[in-house]
Design a protein around this ligand. Sequence first.
Ligand SMILES: Cc1cc2nc3c(=O)[nH]c(=O)nc-3n(C[C@H](O)[C@H](O)[C@H](O)COP(=O)(O)OP(=O)(O)OC[C@H]3O[C@@H](n4cnc5c(N)ncnc54)[C@H](O)[C@@H]3O)c2cc1C
Length: 366
Amino acid sequence: MRIAVIGGGPAGLAFAATARLSGLSAEVTVYERNRVEDTYGFGVILPSAALDTLRPTDPDTADALAGELVEWDEVTVHRGERPLSVGAPRLGALSRRTLLTALRRRCAELGVRVEEGAAAPGPDALAEAHDLVVAADGAGSATRTAWADRFGTETERTAPDYVWLGAERAFPGLTFLVADTAEGPVVAHTYPYAPDRSTFLVEVPGGGGLPDTAGLARLFAEPLAGARLLENRSRWSRFLQVRNTAWSHRNVVLLGDAAHTAHYSIGSGTRLALDDATALAGALCSEGSLPAALSAYEERRRPAVEHTQRIGRASADWFAGLAGTEGSAPEKFLLELLTRGGRISLGDLAAEAAGTAPVGTVTGSG
Ligand SMILES: Cc1cc2nc3c(=O)[nH]c(=O)nc-3n(C[C@H](O)[C@H](O)[C@H](O)COP(=O)(O)OP(=O)(O)OC[C@H]3O[C@@H](n4cnc5c(N)ncnc54)[C@H](O)[C@@H]3O)c2cc1C
């Protein structure tokens, strides 16, 4: 079997490695237009349980990535005079570059060809020359866009504007910094992903002016405590919601963000990409024909993806609704934040207060 993979992000690389390890008799080529060093972004949230999807076929990579995770089990809010912290389910993060480097190395060891530095040939040419084309070319997928009518693509840019920056310090865990300005709240989502680095993603729920990086450094000077803000292909943008009524057409299949996106505020896109990758490789091994494998892949993945997208939408709406809440109490922010996607209920928090669940005891500091 000849397989072309468009895009060497987490989805494309994890699929290529897992396909080789699953015993599929396939020649796999990954086309990636960027070098790993040039990838966008900073750290991504990845709960260690998300690596369990790789573990059965690739325990070495799962363990290596688990070793890179910076983990925490509390959420902190800075709004007003003193920070508030609350216990929360354990989460971790690692640098996107570290993740891609590990997956790229694994692909090389397994004999996957990676054509780096140029855009992939168009989907028609690849589909002609291969048994299967895996479009793992991200949220802005040119493959999906070219065949949007065949995939039934729906895309939507949703407010507010956000910018993905880094900070030269490790915040103690998932930390939300809220600066109440005359134009409305400016919110930074931060979490550590290395001993001296955090992701620092800023959004402006009320619209208004979009500060430059120097302006954001001034706005958040106190919690930054002298740490610099870093840029990496950073620009103000709006989240692109992607949905498709069909994830494959003939011998071309969508994987990861090309097939679906989930709002960045729930930190789930990489996990979904890894789960897609292992599900597709598994279906190709277990099903008797390509059409059966592509249907089985979509059937297995669609319910979990749509569930995550619903949680992401609720979370996005909650953050967008912060417009006009200037001066609101940090306790209210924390409580609503924890329950916004429906994954943690007020009942869970009450159980925690009674000492029977792992989330919820609010503590103040500073
Ligand atoms: C601001 C922000 C914050 C996020 N935070 C998190 C987080 O904390 N946790 C989390 O799990 N997820 C997070 N995500 C989502 C996560 O980044 C994506 O879901 C994940 O990267 C999807 O992987 P992918 O491989 O499908 O796509 P991508 O990672 O986008 O990879 C696609 C690859 O395809 C390549 N490519 C595109 N077109 C071509 C072409 N024509 N030829 C060759 N190569 C091509 C690109 O260069 C890229 O390397 C965040 C996303 C955003 C925008």
